[in-house]
Design a protein around this ligand. Structure first.
Ligand SMILES: CC(=O)SCCNC(=O)CCNC(=O)[C@H](O)C(C)(C)COP(=O)(O)OP(=O)(O)OC[C@H]1O[C@@H](n2cnc3c(N)ncnc32)[C@H](O)[C@@H]1OP(=O)(O)O
Length: 399
């Protein structure tokens, strides 16, 4: 389209972009009070608009770091606020935004980008793949009994949102950033997070767990009743630095009065809720869904930064339609990863590489379903071991 312009939004255009995004999600325009908080997340030079000549589409990102297998932290762009005005969809507006945003990330030296997708069919074409999964867990509070050998845990103190919100950044940094897949949350993240929780809950509470070395876990929650007076306690955040804090916070959850059911959304697949209860069926996994969509913006840097399991090295041939600078061959082995000219054993696209990167999907499963082309029949099994991780990779930061 000839009269289309894709550019960074001016500060006075950002609120309109926010409203456009909300309208794309069928949500009414935000209040001035919400915008006061959310506007802090609109970082200069990271919010894009498509104009025809009025604003028809938008996307933004903010900077963070992400822990990759082995513990290194890579620069990450967290992509959010993607929306195209109704009536102007399916004309390439998102594709134009993606092209501009990805080129900008590459120029900034960002290694990874990450998003939560509203629908599963949108982002694969731009090199994003489902890289982490999460489960929804529901516990019947009246019937669930902790096993006698579950750790006792420490003291739990409950704070209201005004008192708790200023403490969240420190609590998060102390309890949540060690896990593979975790991302840092800078000061631009918190105001929007707070605004979204305040919007959702009438009474938002934060329970802080204190162990022998100080605060080592916290969760935020609210309780809502349905039309049948069935009360659900919804856990919005749940982070802990050790098993005693995990157990202590669960003891607290079970002790909250006037609650029928405890619901935890988006939890790590290997989090052992069922093992806490005398009857493990008390913790029901209601669903497993994609959590984060990852994109390796700089394939060489991303592959080189993580560690690998003990197996024969494998040569991958990567093709990347959106960032062709990533095209090429990479040898991946227990000693690291680098570019190579050697013959490839496996050939895969950028989105499939993103699915493989955290070990959430096995190379042999990706090959069996046609996502990886196999030249060496021994390579998928070797890649299973190389990319496998000890624990389920989980991000836990919704944006
Ligand atoms: C990270 C986040 O913020 S997630 C939130 C994303 N936003 C939303 O879901 C809000 C509602 N939806 C929208 O605003 C828009 O429909 C968007 C952003 C999803 C897509 O924008 P569009 O401008 O319509 O996308 P565009 O025209 O560039 O489409 C590019 C391709 O993706 C396909 N596509 C786009 N959206 C979808 C979809 N929802 N489902 C399936 N395919 C899709 C198009 O068909 C097209 O395919 P092609 O290249 O084979 O022709």
């Amino acid at each position: 389209m000839s009269d289309r312009t894709v550019r960074i939004l001016r500060p006075d255009e950002q609120r309109g972009a926010w409203d456009l995004f909300r309208a794309a999600l069928h949500v009414q325009p935000g209040t001035d009070e919400d915008w006061d908080r959310v506007s802090k997340a609109y970082e200069a030079e990271r919010s894009w608009g498509v104009f025809e000549p009025d604003l028809v589409g938008t996307a933004r990102s903010f900077a963070a770091e992400m822990v990759v297998p082995g513990g290194a932290r890579l620069p990450l762009a967290a992509v959010t606020g993607v929306g195209v005005r109704a009536g102007r969809t399916r004309r390439g507006v998102l594709s134009a935004l993606q092209a501009a945003q990805l080129a900008d990330f590459a120029e900034r030296g960002v290694a990874l980008s990450l998003l939560y997708a509203s629908e599963g069919a949108i982002y694969g074409r731009y090199g994003y793949g489902v890289a982490t999964l999460a489960k929804r867990v529901v516990v019947d509070r009246h019937r669930a009994q902790l096993r006698l050998d579950v750790p006792a845990g420490g003291e739990v103190t409950v704070l209201g949102v005004d008192e708790a919100a200023p403490k969240w950044p420190e609590l998060y940094a102390a309890t949540a950033t060690g896990r593979v897949g975790a991302m840092t949350r800078s000061e631009v993240y918190w105001p929007g997070y707070e605004a979204s929780l305040r919007r959702r809950a009438k009474l938002l509470q934060t329970a802080v767990h204190r162990g022998p070395d100080g605060d080592d876990g916290f969760l935020t929650y609210y309780v809502e009743e349905d039309a049948n007076e069935h009360a659900k306690l919804n856990v919005m955040a749940f982070h802990y630095a050790n098993p005693a804090a995990f157990a202590g916070l669960w003891r607290f959850l079970l002790s909250v009065d006037l609650v029928d059911e405890i619901v935890l959304a988006m939890r790590p697949l290997d989090e052992p809720h069922a093992l806490l209860f005398a009857d493990p069926r008390m913790a029901k996994t209601e669903s497993t869904d994609d959590e984060c969509w990852l994109r390796l913006v700089d394939v060489r840097a991303a592959l080189a930064a993580r560690t690998y399991g003990p197996a024969e090295p494998v040569v991958l041939e990567v093709f990347d339609r959106s960032l062709p600078g990533n095209d090429g061959r990479y040898v991946v082995g227990p000693d690291g990863a680098s570019r190579t000219d050697a013959e490839p054993a496996l050939r895969l696209s950028a989105d499939t590489l993103a699915m493989l990167y955290f070990g959430t999907w096995r190379a042999s499963a990706l090959a069996a379903t046609g996502r990886i082309e196999v030249f060496d029949p021994a390579a998928p099994e070797a890649a299973d071991v190389l990319f496998g991780t000890r624990e389920s990779v989980w991000c836990g930061t919704f944006f």
